[in-house]
Design a protein around this ligand. Sequence first.
Ligand code: PHE
Length: 341
Amino acid sequence: MLDKIESLKSEASSESGIIKDGKSLEDFRLKYLSRNGLLNSLFEEFKEVSRESKGVVGKNLNELKVYLHKIYDEKKQTIETLSGKNSETEDISMPGLKYNKGTKHLINSALDEILDIFGRIGFRIYESDEIEDEYHNFDALNTPDYHPSRDMQDTFYIDSKGKDKKYLLRSHTSTGQIRVMENNTPPIRVIVPGKCYRNEAISARSLAFFHQFEVLYVDKNVTFRELKGTLNYFAKEFFGEQLKTRLRPSFFPFTEPSAEFDVECFLCKGQGCRVCKYTGWLEIGGAGMVDPNVFEIIGYDPEVYSGYAFGMGLERTLMIKYGIPDIRLFYENDVRFLKQF
Ligand code: PHE
């Protein structure tokens, strides 16, 4: 019996050399491993082996079984790899897998574009922190704590127990005006892009956070006319055509005089439609000449320096430009929306 096992093993070993394709592999399987194959017939014979020899013979027989299966598995693998795996099930005429390529988020590509528009006329980017103290968000912007305009913005305060100051999430990028003036001397020409936070009820028009960009120019003899010229330049570059603009008198504690900035409704060209609520105009931001009180707080002489500032909501501006009806669309990450830009 042991001899038979040994000779079957060497026979299989030499025959394994001729296994080259599916057909010869199958022949091998039929001869050695199938139900009526040689291995099974040895197992049949094994039943007759005397009790004393069963241990040794059984062990050898099992080793033979493992050996034959190993040959079969290895050959099968090689043949499959050579012929292209599962060539019977693979349809090479099928179209390839589709990969969804990512794109820049509309917010980021618009910011790039806006930074570039202002970069072309000499404005540098200034980044300011999202966590701020009350001083930079309010006091230095001429808004002391008794000032009613603090209520204009519902601010998120941060638990500042044990801290030297009261901290908050900046409610506007105007904080950047103070930061940049504290750290530089005029002439200053900067754009401050970034996220702002306000405790607003969430709706189609407002979220608890949004993006603004703040533009500040401080020098000698800066005039309101330059402010208007810059706003017009921006409107033309960004909306891509000569839309009319207008400034409406308004109030901000840190600018004097102050204005709200409207552009002609891009849809109806001022005729009046649903988007502009039949006014012909869309509001896109606040603006004004830097209040002399702010210069004094910073330590600039208001008799020497003047400046203008304006701030715009980015989402709001994009909603106007692209006719996006709901601000929440920006942050749902639905590719059907994002892919359109
Ligand atoms: N910070 C103001 C706001 O968020 C906008 C503004 C900026 C107004 C600069 C005037 C000058 O509403």
